[in-house]
Design a protein around this ligand. Structure first.
Ligand code: ZN
Length: 147
């Protein structure tokens, strides 16, 4: 049997997100934080222009010819990504990052969780966040065990 992730057609949509943050783990000392995060630990924060690419999957709807209505997807991305994160200080303005370190990995998880609530079950396939051209995180949710 084909793994479920291989079924259906994929559709990607990307968006740009500008946000400010400072990586700091509350379970580490200042010195350990500096060693672990380097520049990204600057307590005054710094900005990134994150590029977010969201991939959804599904069967092509015979009526619309689309995997998902693009207008809907655009609205979901606006609500789940842009409204809570764009031009925000992740650590100070987004409650989720009060206890979670604002690394790009965790930004991807946050986007996944926020978007998944809005999309039809199983439609979200991949969240890819470009912090820079060199620093890219891909999150595909928790690994599903085969049944
Ligand atoms: Zn950073």
């Amino acid at each position: 049997k084909q793994p479920q992730s291989e079924i259906g057609t994929r559709l990607c949509r990307s968006g740009l997100l500008a946000a400010e943050h400072s990586n700091e783990s509350k379970s580490l000392s200042d010195e350990e934080n500096l060693k672990l995060f380097g520049k990204c630990n600057n307590p005054n924060g710094h900005g990134h222009n994150y590029k977010v690419v969201v991939t959804v999957r599904g069967e092509i709807d015979p009526t619309s010819g689309m995997v998902i209505n693009l207008t809907d997807l655009k609205a979901y991305m606006q609500e789940a990504i842009m409204e809570p994160l764009d031009h925000k200080n992740l650590d100070k303005d987004v409650p989720y990052f009060a206890d979670v370190v604002s690394t790009t990995e965790n930004v991807a998880v946050y986007i996944w969780e926020n978007l998944q609530k809005r999309l039809p079950a199983g439609a979200l396939y991949k969240v890819k966040v470009y912090e820079t051209d060199q620093n890219i995180v891909v999150y595909k949710g928790e690994e599903t065990t085969s049944e």
